[in-house]
Design a protein around this ligand. Sequence first.
Ligand code: SF4
Ligand code: SF4
Length: 179
Amino acid sequence: MAVDLQQRQQHWQQLIDQLRGEWARLPETERDWLRCQSQAIAVLQHQLYALFLAADGPARCQACAGSCCDSGHNHLTLINAVAALQAAALPEADFQRPCPFIGPAGCLLAVDWRPFNCIIFLCEPIEQALPPRQLRHFYQLEGALRDLYLQVEQRYQGGSRQGLLIGGGQHGRALLQRR
Ligand code: SF4
Ligand code: SF4
């Protein structure tokens, strides 16, 4: 494995270990807030995903071999990782893949904790496949979802919507520390 990929893999593992440790020490009030927030996020993400299905998204993505996921290695955010860890369902990240969470049949992450940048992305063919009313609904949902992620970003040091690797998890920073 090339050195920078190896470093990214190690950094990711350190961040996840750190997050597990911080969660174990977190007050129950903060855990409750994070659980509620991740549930609210999951509800909106499923509504967005339903529109993606309505536009025949999976077949289109299969036909183009998931090309927009080719540089997706930085998207998973704090709240996505917290939700996946709580469900004991965070897939192993493999940084040798174009995105560490892409599998043979597409994204390995459940819709509930798929990253914000991924769940709101509509490429042109998919956008054009949605009737105007559904497209408007999609962007309304996106706005509401953005607000929920923003609340996480404003509350926690590691909560950046840019993802744990870019914005959230700088070395030495406590991820679940309140701002
Ligand atoms: S969202 Fe569009 S660009 Fe991305 S994999 Fe699907 S069809 Fe391809
Ligand atoms: S997290 Fe999933 S949807 Fe996002 S870039 Fe990676 S494989 Fe694609």
